[in-house]
Design a binder for this molecule. Structure first.
Ligand SMILES: [Zn+2]
Length: 353
């Protein structure tokens, strides 16, 4: 539960108090639409705007209110309400803006492409290059990157992320799939949860609509430039942030955009020529539908049979790692990833003697 003194103090500092109908039920001017009937239960944390026609914003979660008004993430607002360290990420952002960003040029990849001319790529309407300090949304994206333990300059220079400002990609940090200076695919990670009703949860990751996908994602490996010059080890993960977690440790890494691996993706991995490919599938069991259709129980089994063994048969050296018990690759400490890597198991083809 949250610290209600802290919440009340925050309400008094940030909203315009109008009335109190009981000890717990307070009224304010709505911070979203300016309507006069914005109700907050200061003990339960539930809040809502009675101006249905205007905004109708509501949630059971006080952290959502704090994050929306403060322009922080819900996690940071929650930490604030719980009385944990105050605004850590804001301090990190300020330090970043003051000390580091001034020294960085635009990302190298970004310099070669214009966002308006996307003839060879996907439609990037309403997206901007990540430009820390330019507005609240950009800073929330910076906060998200820093919050995941990445150096923001490094992240920008390597992946040239975008910020979705309009339409279905609004409030998302966009991770582009670059090819020849164009964005040919992307995933948008939600960084501001703007769901105004309790029963609608927007997906964390969103892809371009099917009709916008000039190249379907099953044909793509994110970070495909790494295939050209992979070095000694190439790591393969399902998700982009998991790939970036390994790249932070100095490995070249690509991501498959999901647990199913296509013929085309397998072919690209076979034609790439690192000394070894390390497969890092997700943890856990496939859902029942996939178990039936693939005949496999876990993600590990699926990747061993559908990806590792065919690659070994084609003459590649393949190892697999078992995901950490206590979190995904992008959630655990670096040391834990290094431990996973050093425990990687070589895969031998079932056809070999
Ligand atoms: Zn309102």
């Amino acid at each position: 539960m949250f610290d209600d003194d802290r919440f009340i103090e925050w309400l008094e500092d940030n909203l315009d108090f109008t009335a109190r109908t009981s000890r717990t039920e307070w009224h304010f001017t709505c911070p979203f639409c300016g309507g006069s009937e914005f109700y907050v239960n200061v003990v339960s944390g539930k809040w809502l705007c009675f101006h249905e026609r205007n905004c109708g914003r509501r949630s059971q979660n006080p952290a959502v209110l704090v994050s929306e008004v403060d322009g922080s993430t819900v996690e940071a607002a929650r930490a604030f309400l719980l009385g944990e360290e105050e605004a850590v990420s804001q301090k990190k952002i300020d330090a970043f803006l003051d000390n580091e960003y001034a020294q960085v040029a635009q990302p190298a990849q970004a310099a070669t492409v214009s966002l308006s001319g996307q003839e060879a790529g996907v439609n990037l309407y309403g997206m901007e290059y990540l430009a820390p300090g330019s507005n609240r949304l950009h800073n929330i994206c910076v906060e998200h990157i820093l919050g995941r333990g990445f150096d923001c300059n490094w992240f920008m220079q390597n992946y040239a992320p975008l910020v979705g400002t309009q339409g279905r990609m609004s409030n998302r940090l966009i991770l582009p799939h670059w090819r020849d200076g164009f964005v040919i695919f992307y995933q948008g990670r939600l960084v501001v949860d703007d769901s105004s009703t309790e029963d609608f949860e927007p997906p964390k990751y969103l892809n371009p609509k099917n009709e916008e996908q000039k190249i379907p994602r099953r044909h793509l490996l994110w970070n495909e430039n790494r295939l050209l010059n992979p070095g000694s080890v190439l790591v393969v993960t399902e998700g982009i942030f998991k790939a970036i977690a390994f790249e932070k440790l100095g490995y070249s890494c690509v991501a498959t955009y999901g647990s199913m691996v296509s013929e085309e993706q397998r072919r690209q991995l076979i034609f790439s020529s690192p000394d070894a490919v390390v497969l890092a599938p997700d943890r856990g069991e496939l859902d029942p539908g996939l178990q039936r259709s693939t005949g496999m129980r876990t993600f590990y089994d699926l990747w061993r049979e559908k990806l590792a063994k065919p690659m070994v048969s084609a003459g590649r050296r393949v190892l697999m790692i078992v995901p950490p018990e206590h979190g995904d690759y992008d959630e655990v400490e670096s040391q834990c990833l290094l431990d996973c890597m050093s425990a990687a198991r070589p895969i031998t083809s079932k056809f070999s003697i």
